[in-house]
Design a protein around this ligand. Structure first.
Ligand code: SF4
Ligand code: SF4
Length: 331
């Protein structure tokens, strides 16, 4: 290593010396007087060696430290999201949504985007050493989708988290629910957006289309007039139709929806679910259709699972309690 540093130092010295010579040639007086670069002393060599040590050792250490901090902070955010999911706690979910908006949204502007899908199609992804946190987020999103479904959409995507928080603040009297027949058609619009974007990308190689089909750039606060106008219209429409973008328009949500057909750990259903419509009405994502969970629409928000577990609300438990009481009186 030291020998290598010496070699680099000597090369640098030679280059400096050469450039000094060239510089001297460039300013050589017309008189023909030969300008000779001053010789380098041993002190100069030592100073160069020290400079090289700083360049070769301290700069990568700085890079590694900041990359490590990014990965560590992202790990904490993701771990908390999973913890809130496992605990099935509404309060923890709200905290997780706030953290996603603040940290992954406004602080890091780190969201999975349709551009990542373009990158995967063309296999043109960032170098690993330049994007460890990026790869961590992508791998987590893919693995968690295969394990549980669209957990990323349910509490990690900063835009989805923002609209879910909006939904909690906006008075319900403003809300308009599309009728089920229309909702069941509109959910396919996001696949059309994804397909159209991919075809456009394949035909043109232009990734900038993302600016007009996804609003994630808003966390960088860097958009043109058309982008801000579209975003304003989208957020205004979201006041009336909850989770509008996620349910009907998001190409990333569409991609994760397709992937979630592989989900391993799915939501359990009781026999009673085929007749009881309680959780179907509870689901804000239109992801329950009678006894069926539409895995591609479900974002693992926990609302229905909390209801199943509630022995005072879910008919499954109420029927069991009633049967036990009848058996006790007969016995
Ligand atoms: S559907 Fe899109 S915007 Fe909504 S949470 Fe998922 S990735 Fe984010
Ligand atoms: S209520 Fe249930 S089915 Fe609907 S999105 Fe939430 S977890 Fe999925």
């Amino acid at each position: 290593m030291i020998a290598l540093r010496r070699l680099v130092a000597l090369t640098l010295v030679a280059l400096l010396w050469g450039s000094g010579l060239l510089g001297a040639v460039a300013v050589q007086p017309e008189s023909g007087e030969q300008a000779v670069p001053p010789p380098l002393s041993l002190d100069d060599l030592a100073a160069l060696d020290a400079l090289l040590e700083e360049d070769t050792e301290e700069a990568p250490a700085d890079f590694d430290r900041s990359a490590l901090v990014d990965v560590g902070a992202l790990g904490l955010v993701l771990a908390f999201a999973v913890f809130s999911f496992v605990k099935k706690s509404e309060r923890l979910k709200i905290v997780s949504l706030v953290v996603s908006v603040a940290y992954l949204g406004f602080y890091k502007a780190s969201l999975v985007s349709v551009v990542d899908i373009f990158g995967a199609i063309r296999w043109s992804l960032p170098a690993f050493q330049d994007g460890q946190a990026y790869y961590f987020l992508i791998v987590f999103t893919l693995v968690s989708t295969v394990l549980w479904g669209r957990l990323y959409c349910g509490r990690i995507c900063a835009f989805g988290a923002l609209t879910q928080l909006m939904d909690r603040i906006i008075p319900s009297r403003f809300r308009v629910e599309p009728p089920p027949w229309l909702d069941q058609k509109l959910i396919y619009a996001k696949y059309v957006v994804l397909g159209g974007a991919v075809l456009y990308f394949l035909a043109s190689g232009d990734t900038l289309v993302y600016r007009y089909i996804e609003p994630f750039w808003m966390f960088t606060l860097n958009g043109n007039v058309v982008m801000w106008t579209l975003l304003t219209a989208l957020l205004l429409a979201t006041v009336f139709v909850r989770n509008l973008y996620c349910r009907y328009l998001c190409s990333v949500g569409a991609g994760l929806g397709l992937l979630s057909n592989l989900t391993v750990f799915r939501i359990k259903r009781w026999n009673e679910c085929s007749t009881c419509k309680l959780c179907e009405k509870t689901c804000e994502w239109g992801a329950i259709d009678g006894p069926k969970i539409l895995v591609s629409e479900c974002v693992r928000c926990d609302d229905c699972e909390r209801l199943y577990a509630d022995e005072d609300k879910c008919p499954h438990w109420l029927i069991q309690k009633r049967q036990a009481a009848l058996a006790a009186t007969r016995g």
